[in-house]
Design a protein around this ligand. Structure first.
Ligand code: HEC
Length: 357
């Protein structure tokens, strides 16, 4: 008979693999990173990370590398993504082939060192770090300010109605830590097919570190359909954190105040857990969300709880176009049996929609 410790070993090993699939224990050496950068990268990227467009080498590339010393660009890209670009080349991450792979010429330590050096080229402390640009959950609000276009479709299975709600969100980075929000809400059900709401708002990153981010947002929802509502003011706090290199947690608290009677509003608390098990963005990442919503003036049984098992599927090689598919299941009494959510997102800061498929 096998000793129980021996038998438990594969389990232990898989638990460790699950928790630490790609953590690096190497502490970056900026001096060595600088030496690699000067000898290997500066020819295209310029000695300080800003390429010289008049340099014949740069002109010969046919594509001018981005300015690595620009603080917004430097801060918004996660270090892990850049290590992948340096190691496997631009093509592997959906970027130009002119950015060569260095997996043969540089060791993993040198890749980590030179990437850390590139990250240190400019002071980005006033900008939220790209590491905190976590996967977009289905209902939990996201904290990172970004440049993104998102389509969200929600199909509810309701007796005789089966409404399809579509939301188009346009999010634009403003300054160092802000983001403008424009949302168009369209409803299609047994009675109508129309644009019902336009939402405008602003999100502001309030605090962050390498492991967490907290943001606040205010949104005004303006009704544009034939209904007689005066609109709604919404405000939310959104929080995101990395629990381990393999797990990220996000949560948001949203309050909704109808303009004609703020006390008829509602509060929504949402949380999501994503398994981010691969450094390759074009993978399938499972997640689970739980959302609770209650009117301010709650009577018994008003609290609605739902669970949303979901998967994020990175469509492009760099993951800047991704699909999220979720099933929403009621945990309390609801008027619908289940809902299906489809979210398609395009992070336009990382390139055109058709780049890198
Ligand atoms: C032969 C020229 C060349 C060399 C050598 C080169 N690069 Fe690049 N690099 C490029 C080009 C071109 C791009 C732009 C790719 C694009 O935007 O599609 C780029 C992009 C990048 C990016 C930005 C990725 C992003 O998110 O847009 C980083 C970071 C980078 N290179 C780092 C390095 C480092 C570090 C080295 C040295 C180890 C290096 N490069 C060597 C040409 C080069």
């Amino acid at each position: 008979m096998l000793n129980p410790i021996l038998r438990a070993r594969p389990l232990l090993a898989s638990a460790i693999v699950l928790l630490l699939p790609f953590s690096s224990l190497h502490a970056a050496d900026l001096q060595s990173g600088k030496a690699v950068f000067t000898s290997t990268c500066a020819v295209c990227h310029g000695p300080a990370g800003s390429p010289d467009p008049d340099n014949p080498v740069v002109q010969g590339l046919g594509v001018v590398p981005a300015d690595l010393s620009d603080p917004l660009f430097n801060s918004r890209e996660p270090t892990g993504d850049w290590e992948m670009v340096v190691k496997y080349g631009g093509h592997a991450m959906g970027l130009a082939v002119q950015m060569p792979p260095h997996s043969e010429s540089l060791s993993d330590e040198q890749v980590a060192d030179v990437t850390a050096y590139v990250k240190s080229l400019v002071d980005t402390s006033a900008y939220p770090p790209g590491e905190m640009n976590l996967f977009l959950p289905t209902r939990t609000k996201k904290a990172f300010p970004e440049d993104e276009v998102v389509y969200k479709g929600r199909y509810s299975d309701e007796p005789g109605e089966n409404p399809l709600k579509s939301v188009l969100e346009i999010e634009k980075r403003i300054g160092k830590r802000g983001q403008g929000i424009l949302e168009l809400v369209h409803v299609n059900d047994a009675l109508r097919s129309e644009l019902t709401e336009v939402e405008v708002g602003y999100k502001h990153a309030l605090s962050w570190s390498a492991e967490h981010i907290l943001s606040g947002a205010v949104i005004y929802a303006i009704p544009v359909d034939s209904g007689d509502s005066d609109g709604e003011l919404q405000t939310y706090l959104a929080y995101g954190t990395e629990l381990s290199p393999a797990w990220v947690l996000q949560s948001s608290l949203r309050l909704k105040f109808p303009m004609d009677k703020a006390s008829d509003g509602a509060a929504e608390l949402a949380g999501s857990l994503h398994y981010v098990h691969s450094p390759w963005p074009r993978r399938v990442f499972p997640g689970l969300e739980v959302v609770g919503e209650t009117p301010f003036r709650s009577r018994n049984g008003d609290l609605e709880w739902t669970a949303l098992p979901q998967v994020r599927i990175g469509l492009t090689r760099g993951g800047h176009v991704a699909l999220n598919l979720a099933l929403e299941l009621p945990l309390s009494d609801q008027s619908w049996d289940n809902r299906v959510w489809v979210t398609l997102l395009w992070d336009f800061a990382d390139g055109g929609f058709f780049k890198g498929w």
